[in-house]
Design a protein around this ligand. Structure first.
Ligand SMILES: N[C@@H](CCC[C@H](N)C(=O)O)C(=O)O
Length: 289
């Protein structure tokens, strides 16, 4: 009889994930296995995979174990590794709550982007302390077909290029990564957000994610967009001492982002577990051949 591997499926504003609980880090999950699981036709399907491991059991997280019991070993849908996933960390927290490993209230989760503080509200939403944005200097240009736009380079632990456009349709079908220049701006690739205004401190985006393609939402992307929009609008909490909040509509829902005077960014949004089951280990082995 072949091995069975437990999984769950969840999403945050329709950024969807295969969740694989593996507290002791006993599973071998090479990039091809992650890509097979995230395949929407031949696998379970997801924009990415959340490998749930105790921090003490993972070499990349051991140093964070005293602060955070659980490590979000996040993988993009193509199997590549990313530093951080904002929607993923909310769904990860929801999984811990669903599994009875934590209760509502405050907890800490280790990620490759550092330890993130999370608050599970009793009304259902989850708030994550996303850390500070870095805004590296230098002009970046993003293009789609004949059009190109200046983009703001924002790093939320992972890299983003934020382009303000007149119409989200100008982003095209986003079937391939939008080209950017200079090539040296993002040696490891980039997540690209296209943004329009919806009202005062209210924007909407489409995103092409590195390693996943166009997704229905990106949490780190929404934070990058909120910071880029604030600076464009002349709002800087560090200068005024007043927090600034943006509502960011994504194709899969709505996220609320607040930047505080100390630079810390909080993101609030939903996180849902939709299913759980077992992966057939034999299928996974065959998928790797
Ligand atoms: N969907 C994520 C971001 C996932 C990582 C990204 N694709 C990358 O490679 O940096 C989010 O919600 O932040």
């Amino acid at each position: 009889m072949s091995t069975r591997i437990a999984f769950l499926k969840g999403h945050g504003t329709e950024n969807d994930f295969v969740i694989v609980p593996d507290p002791d880090n006993a599973l071998d999950l090479p990039p091809a296995a992650v890509a097979a699981l995230c395949d929407r036709r031949a696998g379970i399907g997801g924009d990415g995979l959340l490998h749930v491991v105790r921090s003490a059991a993972h070499p990349e997280a051991r140093a964070m174990a005293a602060e955070a019991e659980w490590f979000m070993d996040y993988r993009n849908g193509d199997g590549s590794i990313a530093e951080m996933c904002g929607n993923g960390v909310r769904v990860f927290a929801r999984y811990l709550q669903h599994a009875g490993l934590v209760t509502e209230g405050d907890l800490a989760i280790a990620t490759r982007g550092g330890v993130k503080s999370v608050h599970i509200d009793k009304d259902g939403d989850i708030t994550v302390g996303m850390g500070r944005a870095a805004l590296p200097a230098g002009d970046v240009t993003v293009s789609v077909g004949e059009r190109d736009w200046p983009a703001r380079n924002v790093n939320m632990g992972n890299p983003h290029a934020v382009a303000f456009v007149d119409d989200l349709a100008h982003a095209g079908d986003l079937l391939t990564p939008p080209p950017f220049s200079p090539a040296s701006a993002y040696p490891d690739g980039v997540n690209v957000e296209f943004v329009v205004d919806r009202g005062p401190r209210h924007v909407a985006l489409r995103v092409h994610e590195r390693g996943s393609g166009e997704t229905r939402s990106c949490g780190t992307g929404a934070c990058a967009v909120a910071v880029a929009a604030a600076r464009r609008d002349g709002a800087d909490p560090a200068a005024t001492g007043t927090p600034v909040t943006y509502t960011v509509d994504v194709p899969g829902g709505r996220l609320v982002i607040t930047e505080h005077p100390d630079g810390e960014i909080e993101m609030t949004g939903p996180a849902v577990i939709v299913a759980e089951g077992e992966i057939d280990g034999e299928w996974l082995e065959n998928a790797l051949r």
